[in-house]
Design a protein around this ligand. Sequence first.
Ligand SMILES: Cc1ncc(C[n+]2csc(CCOP(=O)(O)OP(=O)(O)O)c2C)c(N)n1
Ligand code: SF4
Length: 289
Amino acid sequence: MPDGSKLGHGPGVEVLTAKEYKSGVKPTWCPGCGDFGVLSSTSKALAALQLQRHEVVVVSGIGCSSRTPYFMRTYGFHSVHGRAVPIATGMKLANPDLTILVMGGDGDLMSIGAGHFPPAAARNVDITCVMMDNQTYGLTKAQSSPTSSIGHKSKSTPYGVVAKPIDPVLFALANGATFVARGYSAQPNELTELIAQGIRHSGFSFIHVQSPCAEFFNTYDYYDQQVENLPPDWDAHDLKAAIEMALTEEKVHLGVFYEEERLVYSSAVRQFEPEPKQFDLAEYLKRFS
Ligand SMILES: Cc1ncc(C[n+]2csc(CCOP(=O)(O)OP(=O)(O)O)c2C)c(N)n1
Ligand code: SF4
């Protein structure tokens, strides 16, 4: 086993490769599913940061993408549909030293779980939310989702979707997320960097990943054509510019849209904790004399 002290991790600390963050359980995903790329990038990001596995928790809801905790050799919680964000919030408050990743799909996080996202972003809960967006409900065999385009035909919308789709990047920016980025599962190296940056960021990080469903809605050709990096001189501290860029419909931009330093929730709430009262034992015992 390599000695961690050579890498500045202290003697006796195990140096981990990306493979060692994977559980070895063979993913149940269909061949070509974008989620393979996201799993690989997440493992590589954890290896780049050399986080110890007992310090990391991957929390998910329900969906193909939400199966990710099974495939990671970290702590994991495959919870109930849409509830990953509040569960992660509780974990972070109970133990602020943990690195917590919420991983799930557009159905899980933007539909049934959509009500939980805004308060976590606004409170700046220090968790990293990686959303695998395939614009469909893969696990339940291809109903439309809140990110499906107008006109998208599916089993639940046989005549086409009529609702305007949610733009997850815009949603995160509007709700006060302090790190907002977009990646593409077919560009795993760039995605690794975005996930690592999201984890390093102190506060609510949201990484929107275009992660096609190879089985029911294969959009690889579309995204191969449509994705474009944010300009090299992009100022990620300009919220208005980030919102305007997210509204641009010509291209699907990749990179870090926005980043802001703000007090994290677990520190902010502790400011309101009352001062502990001094306890005078002798005074207290007088009542029994
Ligand atoms: C309370 C509840 N409602 C509905 C379902 C059925 N259900 C399971 S997964 C899912 C949607 C998953 O979609 P998404 O999060 O996009 O994940 P994907 O499978 O596409 O990765 C639904 C509606 C459920 N499990 N629980
Ligand atoms: S149904 Fe789609 S999202 Fe689910 S594992 Fe298969 S390719 Fe991936």
